[in-house]
Design a protein around this ligand. Structure first.
Ligand SMILES: Nc1ncnc2c1ncn2[C@@H]1O[C@H](COP(=O)(O)OP(=O)(O)OP(=O)(O)O)[C@@H](O)[C@H]1O
Length: 319
């Protein structure tokens, strides 16, 4: 992991982090998470898989049952007072006053920060509003805001001070496609300035679009973590062959262990066997059998393919 040694300690590192709630529910089970500095890290898992519980422990809101969590190189929750000012967090929707305007909500957040200089308050609030694209709506009461605007106002509050790390719990939950796009653009912009962004989501697609790295949780356990490209490539994509000799191609491919074959016009697709090391051997077998191959290749595997390969089941968003 080169990025770790280059940038010193990771932004987040947990070791055997565990949370058992009082009722006995094991919500997070010996989690070893490594979030490299500068990454946009997607924390992925179906509802109830332990994402929010992990985030609460990282932010020092609840105590772990056992294990450790380090954030920006310091132990949480012990070093919370030193660490948290360097972290912007948006957890379970921002706490806004509906009767105040967007701008007044931010002025209030800023005033609650003892380290914030009152003389530069207006400039900070205006910069944050600009950052999230809320300048035009800044004079409207927050209760008139759409869900997406509220979410952006929450982000603006988290961005009043420069932050090394942003922690966002399901930042696009409940947003329409336009709202989701806006949040994605914002996250990319922040990342390009060097902010590490850690965001949880139950949407595979979203993680794939915006994240450089991801971890996959299921039932409190970490299934895998790594770069998004690496996770996707660990799953083999579907094989696709175009040929005028489809029947013969199906026969040869089946003989070589290719599963779930389908034929559509001149295109034959299927799942190459896991044991197969060299895809080129399949192509050679087709040619040997006299199948005229027009094209041969695999479709790029997605994060969803990787998830299915890991768990043997689909990604169940309903949990
Ligand atoms: N305060 C609590 N007391 C007891 N059990 C809890 C508590 N909070 C969460 N749980 C349980 O712990 C497990 C993990 O919940 P958690 O909220 O961390 O998951 P999640 O992945 O964030 O899901 P969601 O996206 O629905 O919040 C679930 O089974 C949940 O019912």
């Amino acid at each position: 992991m080169e990025e770790l040694s280059a940038a010193g300690e990771p932004a987040i590192a947990t070791h055997a982090l565990t949370k058992r709630y009082r009722g006995g529910q094991l919500a997070v089970d010996r989690l070893d998470l490594v979030v490299p500095r500068g990454s946009v890290f997607g924390f992925l898992g179906p509802n109830g898989s332990g994402k929010t519980t992990t985030i609460r422990m990282l932010m020092g809101l609840i105590e772990p049952t056992s294990g450790t969590a380090r954030v920006l190189g310091e132990e949480m929750p012990r070093a919370g007072r030193r660490v948290l000012p360097r972290v912007g967090a948006l957890i379970e929707g921002p706490a806004l006053y509906g009767f105040l305007t967007g701008r007044d909500n931010l002025l209030r957040f800023d005033a609650a920060d003892p380290t914030a200089d009152p003389r530069t308050r207006r400039a900070r609030v205006d910069a944050a509003l600009d950052r999230v694209g809320l300048v035009a709506a800044a004079g409207k009461k927050a209760r008139a805001y759409s869900l997406g605007m509220k979410q952006r106002l929450g982000l603006a509050a988290a961005l009043l001070q420069p932050r090394e790390l942003l922690v966002l719990d399901e930042p696009t939950n409940g947003l329409d496609p336009q709202g989701m796009r806006e949040i994605r653009t914002l996250v990319r912009g922040l990342a390009s300035e060097g902010t590490t962004v850690f965001l949880s989501s139950h949407l595979l697609d979203e993680i794939e679009q915006v994240c450089t790295h991801a971890a996959v949780m299921a039932q409190g356990r970490l299934l895998t973590q790594g770069t998004v490209a690496g996770l996707a490539s660990s799953a083999r994509g579907r094989l696709a062959v175009t040929t005028p000799d489809t029947a013969e191609a199906v026969r040869v491919l089946k003989e070589h262990g290719v599963n779930n074959l389908t034929v559509e016009d001149d295109r034959v697709t299927g799942e190459p066997p896991a044991a197969l090391r060299e895809l080129a051997d399949l192509n050679a077998a087709l040619v040997r059998a006299g199948v005229r191959v027009r094209s041969f290749g695999t479709a790029r595997a997605s994060l969803e393919d990787a998830f299915v390969a890991l768990t043997g089941e689909g990604f169940d968003v309903a949990g």
